[in-house]
Design a protein around this ligand. Structure first.
Ligand code: ATP
Ligand code: MG
Length: 398
């Protein structure tokens, strides 16, 4: 048993002591069997939420209507979820209502893929009711039960399939893949935020190419914001070198670049995908820099200053996929050598100029400061108070 499970064993034992069943389930069991690093250990139990809360001293009602109680144990937190079925699906989305049941089989049956429907018992025995172990060996993503029905119940599962294909470097079993292709239009029923999360995980996965090819071939892409006409662009992205992407910014920079979007179109595309404002800002800053790398046009000090090193490095990583860009160290040292990195580092401020030049506050002051800032960044003026005031005097007489 991997350490993460051993640490969580007291939780399992306490539930069993109280007369209920409890198992490790979901992604952690799958990832442990694959020898991957496991994040959050999830526990499934026959006990109802109220019963769980009576067993443990410290609990949090994280999603009690869905049967989930978080159990706090020293520094660890475990999500303990009551066995449940999701029998009444409406609108092709996960139901708001769930029915608690006492049977592990029922709980495993409602899970998406066989590799996600394994349970691990306290003694290390694997409970495998749907041949998930065989699929794990064969690296296959196979729906539990009839794939058409399962995607009809919850269309997000189709995105999860292509996401796991990329993350795990598995293949989608043919009948499951066919069902996705048949039902791809149902994805339009799913909240963009949830599609967004799965798509980003796909793009950050080790087998991005395979995940993307399925995303294209099943036509899932056609149900995604701004991608209905993007088949050719997505194919080009799939064929780029397989270097893993580092973060979400890289993902969207790559996509918006290959879609040939202007800055304005990029912003509205990313808003349609419900991206965070910070991300929209970062992508908008790095996009023109990426274009400069691809055009082999050298970056100016002002580019570095205005764009910031993280955005420059993101643009550079994407440029590398297209055979352009610089060594990261070169860019980092160029940034480090900027005379100033932000306006507050300028050796004069507005007050200094008002005093020295006898100006009144107003737009002229802002313009003067901006000119001094440009000159200092470009290293055509030293960042020294005297020199800057002298330059400002000259400028203000023009
Ligand atoms: P990750 O490594 O991304 O956390 P995971 O398999 O743990 O992968 P989660 O979204 O954390 O994925 O879900 C935990 C488990 O819940 C899954 O392994 C699966 O058994 C079940 N599950 C999650 N989403 C669905 C869904 N839409 N339909 C059916 N079962 C699901
Ligand atoms: Mg998980």
């Amino acid at each position: 048993l991997p350490d993460e499970f051993v640490q969580a064993l007291p939780v399992l034992h306490a539930i069993i002591q109280a007369g209920f069943e409890a198992y490790f389930v979901g992604g952690s069991v799958r990832d442990a069997l694959l020898g991957k690093k496991i994040h959050d250990v999830d526990i499934a139990t026959s006990a109802y939420p109220e019963e769980i809360k009576q067993i443990f001293r410290r609990t949090v009602d994280t999603g009690i209507q869905h049967g989930t109680v978080t159990v706090l144990q020293q520094d660890d937190a475990y999500e303990v979820t009551t066995f449940r079925t999701e029998s009444t699906y409406q609108d092709f989305r996960r139901p708001d209502q769930v029915t608690f049941v006492r049977s592990l089989r029922e709980d495993l049956k409602r899970r998406d893929f066989t590799i996600n429907a394994l349970a691990l018992q306290h003694d290390g025995t694997i409970i495998d009711l749907f041949d998930g172990l065989t699929d794990l060996d064969n690296k296959l993503i196979r729906a539990v039960g009839d794939p058409n029905e399962r995607f009809h119940e919850d269309a997000l599962r189709m995105m999860r399939a292509v996401r796991f294909e990329s993350q795990l470097a598995f293949t989608i079993e043919p009948a499951t893949a066919l069902a996705i292709q048949t039902q791809h239009q149902l994805l339009s029923k799913i909240a963009i935020e949830r599609i967004h999360d799965e798509f980003v995980k796909l793009m950050l996965g080790q087998a991005r190419r395979n995940g993307l090819i399925s995303f294209i071939e099943t036509e899932l892409y056609s149900q995604c914001p701004g991608l209905a006409q993007a088949q050719a662009a997505l194919k080009i992205i799939a064929e780029l070198p397989a270097t893993p992407l580092v973060n979400e910014q890289d993902v969207w920079l790559l996509i918006t670049h290959q879609l040939n979007l202007s800055i304005e179109a990029t912003k509205s595309f990313l808003r349609q995908w419900k991206s965070a404002n910070e991300l929209i800002q970062a992508v908008s800053l790095s996009l023109p820099i990426l274009q400069q790398f691809l055009a082999h046009s050298p970056l100016t000090n002002w580019n570095y200053y205005e764009t910031g090193s993280a955005n420059i490095l993101a643009a550079n990583r994407i440029a590398h996929l297209y055979g352009a860009g610089e060594a990261e160290a070169v860019l980092q040292s160029a940034y480090q050598q900027l005379p100033i990195k932000r306006r507050s580092e300028l050796a004069v401020n507005g007050g200094d100029l008002l005093q020295a030049l006898g100006l009144k506050p107003g737009p002229q002051l802002g313009q003067l400061l901006a000119e001094l800032e440009k000159a200092v960044v470009a290293a055509t003026l030293p960042n020294q108070k005297k020199a800057l005031i002298a330059a400002a005097e000259k400028l203000s007489h023009i």
